[in-house]
Ligand binder design. Structure first.
Ligand code: DGY
Length: 324
């Protein structure tokens, strides 16, 4: 039996490619980053499977891919899938949950600590030679905010939220509030977490962490009226998707002191333009969407995505079909 043809739109680690090559006839984009949209569309006419890291899987793409049966994304988020269009064409979509939970949780704690203790700002201070003997600034100049024993509010208590909760509660002695589609009694018991409405969470938290997936319901879920509810000493952390927040409102909240600072791994759009005010505020820590970016985790994600695609194309049952 001939092997199914697949296209891989971004270079992947060797073990994942080797696995795919055992089961499929592979073509892979080998340039920098991911294949351009036009380049991708031109490759799809004869493929049954697509391994991707992002970019819309929509009607336009499906119109170029009449043989397509499965799209496997190397990501836990699948907001780039037009699920309705895929269902209409009987195209299966899969994602890579679980394997990145701890790595993303590490990054969220890094953003909280970096923003609260002003790590990037004070790192630049030292490197620019502004820390000089005899020209001492007051102690207060260097003060940040504590993370330990503060109140953390997590919006979107999935697996990554729980990995953040473990670090925050067990390691930092934080109190935990959460807001989620549904209550999670086990999480409440394990972490002493309190389920609350969005407004209450925003009013009471010292750190608000956005971890909700991007869906039509969560798009621009946090707007100016929500920042107005937050403490002026609070930090807003986003490691989900930029579009879950009204970004101009976030900018306004930071510019007018409605909140103290932010830690952002995601933007709307990505990358942000150089004149985006968020890139010029000392109280905002910015990262280039690196939540899952460690070599081990990206390898684990690529292997899982490869297994999902092979299972979908060879009659097996892929473990991570979306929606869950
Ligand atoms: C994910 O896996 O969804 C991360 O945000 C990387 O895109």
């Amino acid at each position: 039996m001939s092997k199914p043809k697949i296209y891989i739109s971004k270079a992947i680690p060797e073990p994942a490619l080797a696995y795919l090559e055992q089961h499929c006839e592979c073509r892979m984009w080998n340039g920098q980053g991911a294949a351009s949209r036009q380049g991708l569309l031109a490759e799809l006419h004869d493929v049954e499977g697509l391994l991707t890291t992002g970019g819309p899987i929509n009607r336009e793409l499906l119109d170029h891919a009449h043989k397509l049966r499965a799209v496997s994304s190397i990501s836990v988020g699948y907001n780039h899938f037009d699920l309705e269009a895929m269902k209409a064409r009987r195209v299966i979509g899969t994602n890579t949950p679980h394997v990145l939970d701890e790595t993303v949780a590490d990054l969220v704690l890094s953003l909280m600590l970096s923003a609260a203790r002003r790590i990037p700002e004070l790192d630049s201070f030292v490197k620019q030679g502004r820390w000089q003997r005899g020209k001492g600034l007051t102690d207060e100049y260097f003060f940040g905010m504590d993370v330990h024993h503060q109140t953390l509010g997590i919006i979107g208590m999935g697996r990554i939220g729980e990995a953040i909760a473990k670090r925050a509660v067990d390691g930092f002695g934080m109190s935990l509030l959460y807001h989620n589609r549904s209550r999670k009694p086990e999480t409440e018991e394990r972490f002493g977490a309190r389920y609350c409405g969005l407004d209450e969470l925003l009013r009471e938290s010292d750190f608000v962490v956005m971890m909700t997936p991007l869906t039509p319901e969560t798009e621009r879920m946090i707007r100016l009226e929500h920042f107005e509810m937050m403490k002026p000493t609070a930090f807003f952390i986003n490691a989900s998707r930029g579009k879950t927040v009204d970004e101009p409102a976030l900018i306004q909240a930071l510019q007018t002191g409605l909140i103290r600072g932010a830690g952002l791994d995601v933007f709307d759009p990505e990358p942000p333009s150089l004149d985006n005010p968020l890139l010029h505020m000392p109280n905002v820590v910015t990262l280039p969407h690196i939540g899952s970016a460690t070599a081990k985790t990206r390898l684990d994600m690529a292997m899982l995505a490869a297994r999902n695609l092979v299972a979908a194309l060879t009659g097996g049952h892929p473990p991570n079909v979306v929606p869950e």
